[in-house]
Design a protein around this ligand. Structure first.
Ligand SMILES: C[S@@+](CC[C@H](N)C(=O)[O-])C[C@H]1O[C@@H](n2cnc3c(N)ncnc32)[C@H](O)[C@@H]1O
Length: 257
């Protein structure tokens, strides 16, 4: 597959200009923040002890980066969209933010202990190039920690394809990954995958995106209900077969060198 064309990158920049205010709205609900915080904690739980140099690739409006910076001061966020980063800048005063392209990283090789990507890989066209850049940016004992849309379930795959095609808030060419495919891509880019875990079912759908599915806004006790969904999702995602209901997949990989 060839790399993203300059026009694809411009389309991503244009798309995310309009999405930046939607993200601020999304995170303005307590129940939605509860779900996102649980998701972030799941990802941050994989950071190796003693990691200091951390990159959030495709950090967007910075709600994940803010939590990362609290635990790991000095973490750096990079995004192709200046508009998304402007929200990060307001939200995390003094954060280290870089406007740049994940397919052409402006960092020295081997300068990070951990690279995070939460929902950014599926936005580029050359997934292997993106992942190879992550590999090169990591030290020998570093870790890549990603969360990407999971398409293992045919119904989720179909729903996602329709949403991405019909909604102006997605790019029609973006798509999720099967577990098999994302592991293959990581291996092609020089990673040994050490953990794969599906994440997010009911809490993902009902609490994660009030800008798309807003029903919980009108339900009293929505924060409590979200906590219940988070717990139930954890059980579902731990049961082989049922875990296919997971909307995202968390992958951890270390560079093969
Ligand atoms: C779904 S959003 C996720 C944002 C953030 N990680 C979060 O979870 O809220 C995807 C992000 O990837 C960024 N992005 C898309 N293509 C990119 C590229 N080539 N290089 C860097 N960032 C990119 C977008 O601007 C957007 O902020």
């Amino acid at each position: 597959m060839s790399g993203s064309t300059p026009s694809h990158q411009s389309e991503q920049i244009e798309l995310h200009k309009t999405l930046a205010p939607r993200y601020a709205y999304r995170y303005s609900f307590e129940y939605s923040r509860l779900f996102q915080q649980d998701w972030h904690a799941e990802m941050i739980s994989h950071v190796p002890a003693g990691a200091k140099q951390i990159l959030d690739l495709g950090c967007g409006t910075g709600f994940f980066l803010a939590e990362l910076v609290e635990k790991h001061p000095g973490a750096v966020g990079l995004d192709i969209s200046y508009e998304m980063l402007r929200v990060s800048d307001e939200y995390i005063p003094g954060a280290k933010l870089v406007t740049g392209d994940a397919e052409n990283l402006p960092f020295e090789p081997a300068c990070f202990d951990t690279v995070f990507c939460k929902g950014s890989l599926h936005h580029v066209r050359d997934h292997v190039a993106f992942l190879r850049n992550c590999q090169e940016a990591l030290r020998d004992d570093g870790l890549l920690i990603m969360s990407e849309p999971c398409n293992d379930n045919p119904f989720i795959r179909l729903a996602r394809a329709v949403l991405y095609k019909k909604s102006p808030h997605f790019h029609v060419d973006d798509q999720g990954f099967t577990r098999k495919r994302i592991v293959e891509l990581c291996e092609q880019a020089g990673f040994q995958v050490t953990k794969v875990k599906r994440y997010g079912v009911l809490a993902y759908v009902f609490a994660g995106f009030p800008d798309h599915v807003g029903i919980l806004k009108y339900i009293p006790g929505n924060a409590l209900l979200t906590r219940f969904f988070i717990g139930l999702d954890r059980v579902i995602c731990a049961i082989p077969g049922l875990s296919l209901l997971g909307f995202h997949i968390v992958i951890v990989g270390k560079p093969k060198r």
